[in-house]
Design a protein around this ligand. Structure first.
Ligand code: FE
Ligand code: FE
Length: 196
């Protein structure tokens, strides 16, 4: 169990170097923490730990590329839905999925979707999508009201915990009168169906 971590780290040196060079120090530390947290959740929920670690590690690899995209300089062709165009904090997740595919040569659809939807969730989220969504919100460096409740809930049911995390984030967006991506509504509805 403890030997898996250094092995995965060595194996994924390409991604580590990319992240170190392209992310802020703060975002790099966050990425390592999400990877570790995702690996722990994978263990709890009998999911592939290496896959969860990798997805967590690179989930924010699109951060900082928003300017390139908005000025037409993003290296790869990509279609962005109209809501993501209006809700800019979502954009890096879509760009990240493309970077993962093109630069890290990741073909695993589940990993690519976990990256693309880590900010919004979506209709019928996979276990990996839930793990990454959750890990992103509860990794140890996160501080916001009620994060402790989420950390305690995280091991008590994957869909239930993801639903609670999503509710917190919807409530937060509503308090700020921010837009909510329709994928988030569909994610919440389908999670509710699963939990009930
Ligand atoms: Fe992100
Ligand atoms: Fe993140």
């Amino acid at each position: 169990r403890s030997t898996l971590f250094p092995y995965t780290t060595l194996f994924r040196s390409l991604e580590l170097i990319y992240l170190k060079n392209n992310l802020s120090e703060h975002r790099y530390i966050h990425s390592l923490a999400v990877a570790d947290c995702a690996r722990k959740l994978a263990r709890v929920y009998s999911f592939d730990e290496k896959k969860a670690y990798l997805a967590g590690l690179i989930h924010d690899c699109g951060k900082g590329k928003e300017k390139d995209f908005l000025s037409g300089k993003f290296l790869y062709p990509i279609k962005i839905d109209k809501w993501t165009q209006k809700i800019l904090p979502v954009l890096h997740s879509k760009l990240g999925a493309v970077i993962a595919k093109e630069e890290f040569h990741i073909d695993d659809k589940d990993i690519l979707n976990a990256i693309a939807y880590h900010t919004t969730g979506r209709f019928k989220m996979s276990d990996l999508e839930c793990i990454i969504y959750l890990a992103d919100m509860i990794e140890p460096n996160r501080t916001y009201p009620r994060v402790e409740i989420l950390r305690e809930t995280a091991t008590k049911g994957l869909y239930f915990a993801t639903l609670l995390a999503m509710d917190f984030s919807i409530q937060y967006l509503m308090e700020l009168s921010e837009m909510i991506h329709p994928d988030t509504i569909q994610a919440r509805n389908t999670l509710l169906e699963k939990v009930r």
